[in-house]
Design a protein around this ligand. Structure first.
Ligand SMILES: [Zn+2]
Length: 216
């Protein structure tokens, strides 16, 4: 008669997500499942490539690193701006507090997805140019939003000024005439002066927030 120990199933080998380095995927589009490192089958349904490809046209076996690189390259496709209606622009502006906003351009306040290379969130983007309304052909990262505003002539490039009070970085889109060239004010020093002497006086000293200082 067999003992309980003898009939018990052998211990299952524990794996972690770090053990899974390959996947079944459609390159540049979607990862269908990771591959179990021991069985070579999909983790959730134990399917092989033939079974996967029957359901997902174009599916291949590849490393997760290669899939992420293919996805990132697809996400970085050229950005074009497509005209839309004023009503659609306002609908998307008011649906959520924008993630970023400058000069009538904004990122819709909830990420569409994340970049497969950097992990950064990507957002739907809208802008006004020449009295017309546009949206971006693909979601943008915050850094891309900044560069697109400059490329589209909606915003000046950010200049790396120095705070005239404390010497810290004071990025600005324009030099304020009341300050020496190359100098602005950092948000903390602007706020301190605005609280002490009043907002209008602080603006007279340092210019407008979001333009001459305190840009994000
Ligand atoms: Zn300062």
């Amino acid at each position: 008669m067999k003992t309980l120990e003898a009939t018990a199933p052998t211990a299952t080998q524990l794996i972690t997500v770090n053990d899974c380095i390959e996947c079944f995927a459609i390159p540049g589009q979607t990862m269908i499942d990771v591959i179990h490192p021991t069985t070579g089958l999909s983790l959730h349904f134990q399917h092989n490539l033939e079974q996967i490809a029957a359901r997902y046209s174009g599916a291949v076996k590849m490393t997760i690193a290669d899939y992420c690189a293919s996805k990132a390259a697809a996400q970085d496709a050229e950005i074009t701006w497509i005209e839309t209606t004023e009503a659609r622009y306002w609908e998307m502006l008011e649906v959520l507090p924008p993630a970023r906003m400058f000069a009538g351009a904004f990122l819709v306040g909830e990420a569409m997805d994340h970049h497969a290379g950097t992990g950064q969130p990507r957002y739907e983007a809208y802008l006004i140019k020449g009295g017309k309304y546009f949206f971006a052909s693909r979601p943008l990262r915050a850094s891309e939003f900044e560069s697109e505003l400059v490329r589209q002539g909606v915003a000046e490039p950010i200049r790396n000024l120095i705070c005239c009070c404390c010497g810290q970085p004071a990025p600005a889109r324009k030099q304020w005439g009341n300050r020496d060239n190359g100098f602005g004010v950092c948000p903390s020093c602007f706020d301190a002066v605005a609280i002490k002497e009043g907002f209008d006086i602080a603006v007279n000293y340092y210019g407008r927030p979001g333009i001459h200082h305190s840009v994000r």
